[in-house]
Write a protein that binds this ligand. Structure first.
Ligand SMILES: NC(=O)c1ccc[n+]([C@@H]2O[C@H](COP(=O)([O-])OP(=O)(O)OC[C@H]3O[C@@H](n4cnc5c(N)ncnc54)[C@H](O)[C@@H]3O)[C@@H](O)[C@H]2O)c1
Length: 318
């Protein structure tokens, strides 16, 4: 019999990419989303798949979740729904705190319906302002202060507690910047690509020397699927991200080259807040799980993203 996987936030970038891959691997996938930031475009390719079931609903509400557990009795649950986005979460801290209600609802249902393993999309944000680089899962102190980061931190504690109290298995993923074709256009890579494809100036805040790490979506999805059965990810926390540091200026130049674009780079005043934080995961555990020495390189990942995005953008812009 097919294993059934419940994914909350399934219309989102990372969750929909996971759903598509799971269906390809022969799982049955059940998804819920409240359309906060997700898009039905992300599930266009799977919406009519016979093993895909979608319900519109709030993943923080027990009453919306219960029928999904009752009807489908999932074997695995990926809790990815969250109020996301730097500006949105800073402007709407009460929305962010709502997500705490979801932890209790989903974990109690997982316990009652005897789910084999649960997964939680935490974030590099739990490390807060960096006290050391690279950031190591079980030794780097968590320095979260902003509501989004604190809620992710609280979520981690919930998953660990339901394991300790009820034996519910978990794996916590601390996602670092992830990118790929289905990402919304306000993220730096999709934004620069859109500008490059349309020949508009590429807008870099400050001198562009601020650094980032970028993880291609396929590496994220491959690791999170392996987490179902991998012994190293049994009741563990794992950083999911690339350790290769790139400056924003290098990123802009690379995108111009890949898109073969005439766009020029223009510099805007540095952002007042939120653009200074440096993050870099120690990703040895992720690489060991993948059985590889390297992740998809930024250049390869950007080429794959560009190949899809250029056609999508033409459709969206028209
Ligand atoms: N993409 C990244 O680089 C990154 C980094 C760190 C953490 N994360 C985490 O990974 C998860 C997925 O992120 P993403 O980048 O794909 O974002 P996304 O916005 O594309 O996906 C989140 C989805 O959750 C849905 N949602 C939000 N609140 C909901 C609710 N109460 N009920 C039902 N659905 C709800 C949204 O509509 C959206 O479809 C999130 O938990 C996010 O915090 C992502």
């Amino acid at each position: 019999m097919k294993n059934t996987v419940l994914i909350t936030g399934v219309l989102g970038f990372v969750p929909s990419s996971l759903a598509i891959e799971l269906l390809q691997k022969g799982y049955k996938v059940v998804g819920i989303d409240n359309f906060l930031t997700g898009s039905v475009r992300n599930i266009e390719a799977i919406k009519d798949h016979p093993d895909f079931f979608f319900e519109r609903g709030d993943a923080n509400r027990f009453d919306d979740l219960y029928p999904l557990f009752f009807d489908h009795s999932p074997d695995f649950v990926y809790h990815y729904a969250a109020c996301v986005g730097v500006k949105r979460t800073l402007d709407n801290p009460l929305w962010v705190l709502e997500d705490i209600k979801g932890f209790e609802a989903i974990l109690n249902l997982c316990k009652d319906f005897k789910v084999k393993k649960t997964f939680f999309s935490s974030s590099s944000e739990v490390y807060g302002e960096p006290v050391e680089l690279p950031q190591v899962e079980n030794t780097t102190p968590l320095n979260s202060k902003l509501p989004y980061a604190v809620v992710k931190n609280v979520g981690e504690v919930y998953f660990k507690t339901w394991h300790r109290e009820y034996g519910l298995n978990y794996c916590i993923f601390r996602f670092f910047n992830t990118y790929g074709p289905n990402q919304s256009l306000d993220f730096v890579i999709s934004k620069f690509m859109r500008q490059a494809i349309l020949g508009e100036p590429i807008t870099v805040y400050g001198d562009g020397s601020q650094t980032r790490t970028f993880c291609y979506i396929d590496d994220n999805v491959e690791t999170t699927i392996k987490a179902m059965n991998h012994p190293l990810l049994h009741n563990e926390v794992v950083n999911i991200g690339s350790a290769v540091i790139t400056t924003v200026l290098e990123l802009a130049e690379l995108i111009i080259r890949i898109a073969d674009s005439n766009s020029e780079i223009i510099h805007l005043p540095p952002l007042e807040e939120g653009d200074m934080t440096r993050r870099q995961p120690a990703n040895d555990l992720m690489l060991e799980v993948l059985g590889r020495k390297d992740l998809v390189s930024l250049e390869d990942g950007l080429k794959r993203t560009f190949a899809v995005l250029k056609d999508k953008l033409v459709q969206v812009e028209n």
